[in-house]
Design a protein around this ligand. Structure first.
Ligand code: KIV
Length: 302
């Protein structure tokens, strides 16, 4: 008998249902996904929201930061996620440089995520002028999720990969960014790496769902990166990462066992091969003899 959880509610997630969850005090669960199998996993685990994050730059494309990933790269991943997803709300992350220049650029990029990859909504980072980009995209009919605090696309300008809003002044700036995004029409805002007290205070002023990542418990939901929570890669992880599995170790064990068996000629066994009827083998031997004058050895040289 499978020990996998039973999913009772398979209605597709909608923006009003996300808001209902916030109002009912039901925590919202969001994870990232980057391909068909991770989407199927998120679907089967019954999460509420799936983000095709630009963290794909690090987790699946091997870049040093999220800055280099292109729209086309992320669109290909988002389209694969769409094919594996039915129930959760699908949010596509707009890559660095694909929305900041003008409202027209922001709308055009957001439309590609909806038209070409089938995303339900998009996410963009930062307040200030980017809240205006969010407003333009919302006006164009595409739901937008905001993202404040540690915004990886502009981490260098923020002083590196560090928690944000740790002074009273910076906390107020953060609050302004979050409220501006809400006022611009965002249906939800991600708070990343900010002190729990600050997140709690700002969250209480919001009326749209706040999804935290390193923002403490007093928010409406939590998001983690798929590869972080499953332990798909090793190395430094942020303080907020909790590992719920060690998939990397399992993958290495599996591939090493395959390598050992190939080297020891224990794989493949008879059950892994295909057979030919004995009369066809005899006919083949005859044809080989006729055509080459050589005996059929049954080896791989054919
Ligand atoms: O790209 C990403 O994975 C994100 C989440 C951390 C929210 O933006």
């Amino acid at each position: 008998m499978s020990s996998l959880p039973v999913i009772l509610d398979t209605r597709p997630m909608t923006l009003p249902r996300l808001l209902d969850k916030r109002e009912a005090g039901e925590p919202i669960v969001m994870v990232t996904a980057y391909d068909f199998p991770s989407a199927l996993t998120a679907e089967r685990a019954g999460v509420d929201v799936v983000l095709v994050g630009d963290s794909a730059a690090n987790t699946v494309l091997g870049y040093d930061s999220t800055v280099p990933i292109s729209v086309d790269e992320l669109l290909m991943l988002a389209a694969a996620v769409r094919r594996g997803l039915r129930t959760p709300l699908l949010v596509g992350d707009l890559p660095f440089g694909s929305y900041e220049i003008s409202d027209a650029q922001a709308i055009a990029t957001a439309q590609r995520f909806v038209k070409e990859a089938g995303c339900d909504a998009i996410k963009l980072e930062g307040g200030g002028v980017n809240a205006e980009r969010a407003r333009a995209i919302v006006r164009a009919g595409i739901p937008v999720m905001g993202h404040v605090g540690l915004t990886p696309q502009t981490a260098t300008a923020l002083g590196g990969w560090r928690a944000q809003g740790r002074t009273a002044d910076r906390a107020l700036e953060l609050a302004k960014d979050a409220l501006d995004l809400q006022e611009a029409g965002c249906f939800s805002v991600v708070f990343e790496a900010i002190p729990s007290e600050v997140a709690a205070v700002i969250s209480a002023k919001m009326h749209v769902p706040v999804i935290g990542i390193g923002a403490g418990p007093a928010v409406d939901g939590q998001v983690l990166v798929f590869h972080d929570l499953l332990g798909i890669y090793s190395g430094h992880a942020a303080r907020f990462v909790k590992r719920y599995a060690s998939v990397r170790d399992e993958m290495i064990k599996g591939v090493s066992a395959f390598a050992d068996e190939v080297r020891a000629r224990r794989y493949p066994e008879e059950e892994h091969g295909y057979t030919m009827a004995p009369d066809e083998v005899a006919r083949l031997a005859e044809l080989v003899r006729e055509q080459t004058g050589e005996p059929f050895t049954g080896g791989l040289s054919l």
